[in-house]
Design a protein around this ligand. Structure first.
Ligand code: MN3
Length: 218
């Protein structure tokens, strides 16, 4: 059985790579302008890919005793920051849909209603998480593999306050580079637009893929 993942194309031949956008940069015009999407993907996301490769290479050299082991703390922090950034950006592009979608009755939607009381309850929690991030970060919806429950995390930077083992199925980038050209300092307006353009088909697919592998989810 082939299980496609939002990280497909993000790692090839021993290196992290920048996967192409799943749509044209101008396709998200209803929520994000093409320049923002191009810069975000081609500069910011690409920089995390480069940073992850650089940190991974540094760690390999330390393990071969070709670099000083005192560099481990710096290298692991660099890898965690940049690789988390790479993974979350891969998910971000797949979290957005060029066309406005309403949530339909899927297993993922049923799980959202079970966990948050209703779709509106989920929106309240997810939007509040996105707005609660101080400075740079993310709102992430994911599956806690221990309980099989959906959890919303308000992530600082790319890697802090993220539940260990959380399998993310939806991510909203609230770093200013994600929205500042069009929305300026109005993060709330950007998050509202994001909510109207969530790719619920993709969320449902990711939810189904991971619950197939998770004992507690059935
Ligand atoms: Mn970003």
């Amino acid at each position: 059985m082939e299980i496609s993942s939002f990280t497909d194309g993000g790692y090839e031949d021993g290196l992290y790579v920048l996967p192409p956008l799943p749509y044209n940069a101008a396709a998200l015009e209803a929520v994000l302008d093409a320049e923002t999407v191009r810069l975000h993907h081609g500069k910011h996301h690409a920089a995390y890919v480069a940073g992850a490769n650089s940190a991974a290479a540094q760690l390999r050299l330390i393990s071969l005793a070709e670099r000083d082991e005192n560099e481990v703390a710096e290298a692991t922090q660099k890898l965690t920051f940049n690789l988390s950034g790479h993974i979350l950006h891969c998910l971000y592009w797949h979290s957005l849909s060029p066309v406005s979608q309403v949530i339909t009755m899927t297993d993922a939607a049923a799980a959202i209603c079970r966990q948050f009381g209703s779709y509106d309850g989920f929106c309240r929690v997810f939007k509040s998480a996105a707005l609660s991030v101080q400075g740079n970060g993310w709102a992430v919806l994911g599956l806690d593999l221990m309980s099989g429950r959906l959890v919303v995390n308000a992530v600082q930077n790319h890697q802090n306050a993220l539940l260990p083992g959380l399998y993310p199925i939806l991510a909203c980038d609230v770093w200013e580079h994600a929205y500042y050209l069009r929305y300026r300092n109005n993060r709330a307006a950007y998050v509202e637009a994001f909510m109207r353009h969530i790719d619920w088909v993709g969320v449902a697919r990711r939810y189904n893929n991971i619950t197939l592998k998770c004992h507690e989810c059935r």
